[in-house]
Each structure stands twice: as structure tokens, then as C-alpha cells.
Design a binder for this molecule. Structure first.
Ligand code: E4P
Length: 223
């Protein structure tokens, strides 16, 4: 499973890429707003320079014509853009046009298998089921990821699942077990994924055992 960062924060993206584990980014209007009153185009262009893979950039219009116009502008900002379009009737109509123009579309705000079926039929490159938001209303968000990945693989469809609205490391585990192609994770969750108390204990014990016998000298290159 590939990992994308779900943020518009440049420092967090830089760090994730530096760690060698982040291959894409997803943003949305709420995440961009968290960065203050920024120039959307400049911010997206900066993100696209840092991250090697797709950077999902959301349209703001709610009608197909507006979405298409925005998408046509957004794709000129960088080569690694995927345009984020909501799973609505207007979003499908826009996706149909954009796919014909070879634009990578990430159909977002997906809350049902039916929406994912339509996204795949419309030719979306990605579909993003929102796990945490479904959990929030008492539904089983991860079951939707399971259902969509099973459906796409059964019919050998090329659309990739981005498990989105990830709230904690256990969501990442379940997304991987469900066969999601990608999980898009908040920076905090990315940092939590590496944590394990036994790793910390092990690192300390190796250092202590070494130091007891060898002194504090580590492995130094010959002068
Ligand atoms: C995905 O592309 C969305 O940006 C994101 O995962 C939404 O997550 P939230 O429910 O935590 O806002």
C-alpha cells in the first residue's frame, strides 16, 4: 500500500518525502484553509515540486461546467496533479469530460459502494472512501474500503482506492489488510505509524550493552 500525506502543510510534506515513505499528497479546501490565506496556485505548485507522485487538488465549483473549467486551469500548474472532484451527479459529468482530456481524477467524498461503482465507470483514476467520517456517524468506514477494493479487483478495473479520512494507525493497518492501493494519512498518523515501545527499548538496550564493554566509541570511519 502506498502512502500519501493528507495535508497542505509544506514542512510536513517535505519531512514525509525526506523519510522516503510519502509518494503523493491529497489536499482539500479545509486543509488548504488551515495554512491561512494563501495563494492556492503557488501553494499547490510548491507541493508539486516537493512530492514525486500525484497531488490531489480539489475544485470548488459545484456545477460540472465550473468544475471542468477549474480543472483545466489546475492541471496547467504542474504535471503531477490529480483533480479532486466530488462524487455527485455534477462531479460525474465533469469527470466524464476530464477523463476524455486525459486528466487524472480523484473522486472524493465517497461514502458508498454505488458511488465507487460510478466513479470507476466514469474512468476516475482514484476513488476516495472517507473512513473516519463514516465511523463518526456509526457506520463501518473500513468495510466500505473492503467492498470497493473487492469490487474493483473482481472486475479488474484500473481505478485505485485511496483510503481517506484516516484518523489513527489502526486505520492504516485495516486499509492495508483490505487491499487499498493507497492510504492518505494526516502527518500525525504518519509519525505514529513508526512508533513501537519494543523498538525504543531495543535501541536503548543495544547501545547500553555495547557501551558497557566497548566504551562509548561508535563505528568511526578510519582517518
Ligand atoms: C481525503 O482526500 C480528504 O482530504 C481527507 O482524508 C478528509 O479527511 P477528514 O475526514 O479527516 O477531514
Amino acid at each position: 500500500m502506498r502512502l500519501f500525506l493528507d495535508t497542505a502543510n509544506i514542512e510536513h510534506i517535505r519531512h514525509g518525502v525526506e523519510l522516503g515513505v510519502v509518494s503523493g499528497v491529497t489536499t482539500n479546501p479545509s486543509l488548504v484553509s488551515k495554512e491561512g490565506k494563501v495563494d492556492y496556485k503557488t501553494l499547490v505548485k510548491d507541493i508539486c515540486c516537493i512530492v514525486p507522485g500525484p497531488v490531489s487538488t480539489e475544485v470548488l465549483s459545484q456545477e460540472a461546467a465550473g468544475m471542468v473549467a477549474e480543472a483545466r486551469e489546475i492541471v496547467t500548474w504542474a504535471e503531477n496533479i490529480a483533480v479532486k472532484v466530488p462524487c455527485t451527479l455534477e462531479g460525474l459529468k465533469a469527470t466524464a469530460v476530464l477523463v476524455r482530456e486525459h486528466v487524472k481524477v480523484n473522486m472524493t467524498l465517497c461514502f458508498s459502494l454505488n458511488q465507487a461503482i460510478l466513479a470507476a465507470e466514469a474512468g476516475a483514476t482514484f476513488v476516495s472512501p472517507f473512513v473516519g467520517r463514516l465511523d463518526d456517524i456509526g457506520e463501518d468506514g473500513m468495510q466500505l474500503v473492503v467492498d470497493i477494493t473487492r469490487y474493483l479487483s473482481y472486475y479488474k478495473l484500473p481505478t485505485q482506492v485511496i483510503a481517506a479520512s484516516i484518523r489513527h494507525p489502526a486505520h492504516c493497518l485495516s486499509a492495508a489488510n483490505a487491499g487499498a492501493h493507497i492510504a492518505t494519512v494526516p502527518y500525525k498518523v504518519l509519525l505514529q505509524m513508526v512508533e513501537h515501545p519494543l523498538t525504543d527499548i531495543g535501541v536503548r538496550r543495544f547501545a547500553d550493552d555495547w557501551n558497557k564493554v566497548m566504551g562509548t566509541a561508535g563505528i568511526v570511519p578510519p582517518k
